[in-house]
Design a binder for this molecule. Structure first.
Ligand SMILES: [Zn+2]
Length: 405
């Protein structure tokens, strides 16, 4: 059993769209009030419980003239906004104290009226599936939804999203029965790359979808056109929308390529071995654009989700593992190589290596050792990353996933 997120296009009528805009706005205000309250409490050395935060920013706030309008929308959306804020704050805190891996993030960002993507989260008492195929959203009404595929189970929560390009979606987290495929003996190591999407230990090279580059250029030109438009003008509004549509196309093309690759790797192999990549760290360098293009973290998540569904395993090799330094033929450690070095010859055994293929083979060997309990689970960077078997499950991390599925 795994959790997956399904999303469907929704078509609110004009009145419902206005009601949704109001909830989005209220949820945003509550979210920001929560962050502000927690920040101030922390600065003042005051301890406030989660219930107390919610009482102050929702229950008590409704009784003040400045926030009375919060009473006009479903409180379930406001309660969820409190929880989102709580999680954002906790994550930040944990990253500061080192409890959470990855780079130290900045303080949670306040949500802005100008954010292009808006969403609210609802639990059972805030939405309902109608017999006529509509989705009831509290104090908004029955939304018309295009059921592009059947919903597998009764969802426990629902997220309503308005994308930057003006399209609406409802997204549900549902349980999916796993569907194990007949087992196989093949295992594969994968090296995720920049100029190539992936190279496998079998020697297969998977290129990035070519047209993504062209789309990226069109995106950049759209962005420049946007910058020339007068703020608040109708033309600017149109340009914003055009850029959003292009963004979406790039995202969809990339996601499609990732789905196909993930499915193939998982279907054809009993275990997929990967490197734990520090995407957050890399994305701040000049390679950022390319990394964004490639969207490694999404690909890795898809592989994990599909592996959980089809009864396969994913092994993540530690970040400190020198996959590009070892000779996969004799095991000699040849030392670090600049990114530009694509081919090299082992000084000990004379084997000639394609950098990525060699890395993929090393990842396969190391992953197999980890799975067999033979490899040391330690990390040269000391970053606290524990490699090992990942019994992947759909990550119910909240609204962010909705952006991808
Ligand atoms: Zn060698």
């Amino acid at each position: 059993m795994s959790l997956v997120r399904y999303r469907y296009r929704a078509y609110p009528n004009a009145e419902q769209a206005r009601a949704l805009a109001r909830v989005f706005g209220c949820a945003r205000v509550v979210y920001n009030d929560c962050l502000r309250l927690r920040r101030d409490a922390h600065a003042g050395g005051e301890k406030v419980s989660d219930t107390e935060v919610q009482r102050r920013v929702v229950t008590l706030a409704k009784q003040t003239p400045q926030r009375a309008w919060l009473g006009e929308v479903a409180s379930v959306a406001l309660v969820q906004a409190c929880q989102d804020a709580r999680r954002a704050y906790r994550n930040w805190f944990d990253s500061l104290s080192g409890k959470r891996k990855g780079r130290k993030g900045g303080a949670p960002r306040f949500r802005s009226r100008k954010d292009n993507r808006q969403s609210i989260r609802l639990t059972r008492n805030g939405f309902a599936l109608r017999g006529n195929g509509r989705v009831y959203v509290a104090k908004v009404g029955d939304l018309r939804v295009e059921w592009s595929r059947p919903l597998l189970s009764v969802p426990s929560s629902c997220t309503v999203i308005r994308e930057a390009d003006g399209r609406y979606f409802v997204s549900f987290v549902v349980e999916r029965e796993s569907d194990p495929l007949p087992s196989r003996t093949a295992e594969i190591g994968v090296d995720l790359g920049l100029d190539r999407l992936a190279v496998t230990s079998d020697g297969e090279i998977v290129d990035n979808p070519r047209h993504l580059r062209g789309a990226q250029r069109r995106l950049a030109s759209g962005q420049r056109a946007l910058a020339r438009k007068q703020k608040g003008s109708a033309n600017r509004h149109k340009a914003v929308r055009r850029v959003a549509v292009r963004h979406r196309k790039v995202r969809e093309t990339r996601l499609d390529a990732h789905h196909k690759l993930a499915l193939r790797l998982v279907r054809d192999n009993q275990a997929v071995h990967l490197e734990s990549l520090s995407v957050a760290g890399l994305a701040r360098t000049k390679l950022a654009r390319s990394i964004h293009d490639v969207g490694w973290s999404i690909l890795v998540r898809l592989i994990e989700e599909k592996a959980a569904h089809y009864g396969r395993s994913v092994v993540k090799v530690g970040r400190g593992f020198p996959s590009s330094q070892l000779c996969s033929a004799c095991g000699h450690r040849d030392g670090p190589k600049p990114l530009g070095v694509r081919l090299w010859t082992c000084r000990v055994c004379g084997a000639e290596h394609d950098r990525d293929l060699n890395a993929a083979r090393n990842v396969l060997a190391e992953g197999a050792r980890i799975a067999a309990g033979l490899a040391e689970i330690e990390n040269a960077c000391g970053a606290g990353v524990r490699p090992g078997l990942v019994p992947a499950s759909g990550d119910e991390a909240g609204t962010r996933l909705g952006a991808l599925g």
